[in-house]
Design a protein around this ligand. Structure first.
Ligand code: UT7
Length: 325
């Protein structure tokens, strides 16, 4: 029996150039920079240009991650894209990335688990590698959330932005660096508190258009409780305690959710990665974008253990403990 795990060998990110500031939103809905900054922690977010789609962001992030890994595109066995805002349901975004980067040998599939999708995609890739079936898997999260926003609804339109992040996972001997543990969870009983009506085969005549609908307070409470529990469980599954963790990279939905989780986990602020002020909530892309920036800023040293921890519609939530190479 082989003792395999998956190690991160490359990271990348892609953000659209266009910035939408809180001042811009003040012109569109009854809101204020003060409310958004204090209640959510966002100062600006990015938005795609006309003709710029999810697959473009995904491919750019993938190229960066591949360059860092030093692998040729045809070394990839599989491309997984987490997205709930694909260019089209089919072809999948992963197939468009496969074509764009020239990954001739790779299979390709999209995964939909809302904001938790990157962790579900990482878990799938980990299982493929750990089983010995695959050696190199590209995991991307790419979202154009602004395509699902009602720009007259201040409850939601101030919260989200567009972006993509990617990692290359490669097979490595277990016991060293790489993915240490994982928790994936869901509870469909709360399907109604965060949804995108009119986005599939079911018609919702009670809602005009295809826009995010959210019961923000309920989502907030679940996010704090479930992300705290999940990170704790992932650490326990790895045989670690919070004192072993160098960095927590949480889903960036609200600065107050992040602060509440950090307090409950007993993690000091300097060990929590936050970039929500620049990009807002890019759904499943927040974690790989943050991971890429953490690497760029030298916040992860060889041997450091970090936690990724997310929550989203479904409800879904999940966490992983990972040792940086
Ligand atoms: O990625 C996962 C999905 N999303 C999340 O995790 C988001 C989770 N939820 C949240 O982050 C927060 O619940 C929100 C940011 C959505 C809302 O913050 P809140 O502190 O829960 O505000 P609230 O809904 O309780 O509203 C407080 C007040 C209300 O006014 P009144 O009734 O007190 O007069 C709202 O009408 O804030 C008002 N409000 C706004 N004011 C200015 C709501 N949105 C805005 C806005 N600008 N954009």
């Amino acid at each position: 029996m082989q003792n395999l795990t998956a190690v991160i060998t490359g990271v990348g990110k892609a953000l659209p150039d266009r910035r939408v500031t809180n001042a811009d939103l003040e012109q569109m809905v009854e809101t204020s920079d003060e409310w958004i900054s204090k209640r959510v922690g966002i100062k600006e977010r990015r938005m795609v240009a006309d003709g710029e789609w999810t697959s473009h962001l995904a491919a750019r992030a993938a190229k960066d991650a591949l360059a860092m890994s030093g692998l040729a595109a045809d070394a990839l066995d599989l491309i997984i894209v987490s997205t709930t805002t694909p260019d089209t349901l089919y072809p999948s975004v992963s197939c468009l990335v496969q074509r764009e980067i020239g990954a001739a040998r790779a299979g390709a599939m999209d995964v939909a688990a809302a904001c938790t999708g990157f962790i579900y995609a990482m878990g799938t890739a980990w299982a493929m590698i750990r089983s010995g079936l695959m050696k190199h898997v590209m995991v991307i999260a790419a979202e154009v959330v602004t395509s699902s926003l009602d720009w007259t609804d201040r409850d939601t339109c101030v919260l989200f932005g567009d972006g993509a992040g990617a990692v290359v996972l490669s097979a490595a001997e277990g016991g060293g660096a790489g993915i240490l543990s994982m928790r994936l969870q869901a509870d469909g009983n709360y399907a109604d508190i965060l949804k995108l009506p009119n986005s599939g085969s079911r018609a919702f005549p009670e809602y005009a258009g295809r826009f995010i609908k959210m019961q923000g307070n309920d989502v907030f409470k679940h996010a704090v409780r479930d992300m705290t529990e999940c990170a704790t469980d992932a650490l326990a599954a790895a045989g670690l305690t919070i004192g072993d963790v160098s960095l927590v990279i949480p889903h960036q939905a609200n600065i107050r959710i992040i602060d509440a989780i950090a307090t409950r986990l007993g993690v000091p602020p300097e060990k929590v990665f936050i970039n929500i002020e620049k990009y807002g909530n890019t759904s499943s892309a927040t974690i790989p974008i943050a991971l890429c920036e953490a690497v760029e800023q030298g916040r992860l040293k060889p041997g450091d253990v970090f936690i990724i921890d997310a929550f989203g519609a479904g409800l879904t939530w999940g966490a992983m403990a990972i040792r940086w190479k």
